[in-house]
Design a protein around this ligand. Structure first.
Ligand code: ZN
Ligand code: FE
Ligand code: FE
Length: 189
């Protein structure tokens, strides 16, 4: 009996495409709940516009499958499922409005970073295998995820973190804390 040949990079590429295709669909179901849980109109608008982008990303993935002569199909993405499940745990917490907004941004950015990692790999593989149309479409999705991530950082650092911190530590209550607030990472001295 002939030994079955190992699956190739192209096979695993198709698997990862199915993974992110399913991930994007999960995200379209989660974003409306995040919009409802948010208080800041700017944050709500950012999440809504990313929901619209996400719908478009799914259309692009359909085009990627078509360009490869494949039928678009998803396969349960456990990574996004896990990140979204942590996000819904946050939404079930009794946080003050500003802390909830700050936490929703954090949850959203975990999603964006997972997606950026996935699309980064997919673009590199598509390019390496000469799937130029697929690479171009995947690059567009990668760029949108990056822009969404940056927009969320801007909202967090442009006021939401500071307002949430103000509720946690009213002015002057704790000297020396304010300098660390609003940084992308929490540095300890
Ligand atoms: Zn290939
Ligand atoms: Fe996406
Ligand atoms: Fe995204």
């Amino acid at each position: 009996m002939a030994k079955k040949s190992p699956r190739t990079l192209h096979d695993t590429f198709l698997d990862e495409l199915k993974d992110i295709y399913n991930g994007e669909k999960q995200i379209t179901k989660a974003l409306p709940k995040m919009i409802k849980a948010a208080t800041s109109p700017k944050l709500q608008a950012a999440l809504q516009s990313h929901l619209d982008e996400t719908e478009q990303q799914i259309v692009r993935l359909d085009q990627v499958f078509t360009s490869l002569g494949e039928t678009a199909r998803g396969k349960q993405c456990e990574g996004i499922a896990g990140i979204l499940s942590e996000g819904s745990a946050i939404m079930n917490e009794d946080l003050d409005e500003m802390a909830m907004d700050a936490a929703l941004i954090g949850a959203g950015q975990r999603v964006e970073h997972y997606e950026m990692a996935a699309y980064g790999t997919l673009v590199a593989w598509a390019t390496a295998m000469g799937h130029r149309e697929a690479a171009g479409l995947l690059q567009q999705n990668l760029d949108e995820e990056g822009a969404a991530d940056k927009k969320l950082s801007k909202l967090a650092e442009g006021g939401i973190n500071q307002q949430a911190a103000e509720a946690a530590h009213p002015s002057g209550e704790e000297e020396g804390v304010a300098t660390d607030i609003g940084r992308p990472t929490n540095r300890r001295r």
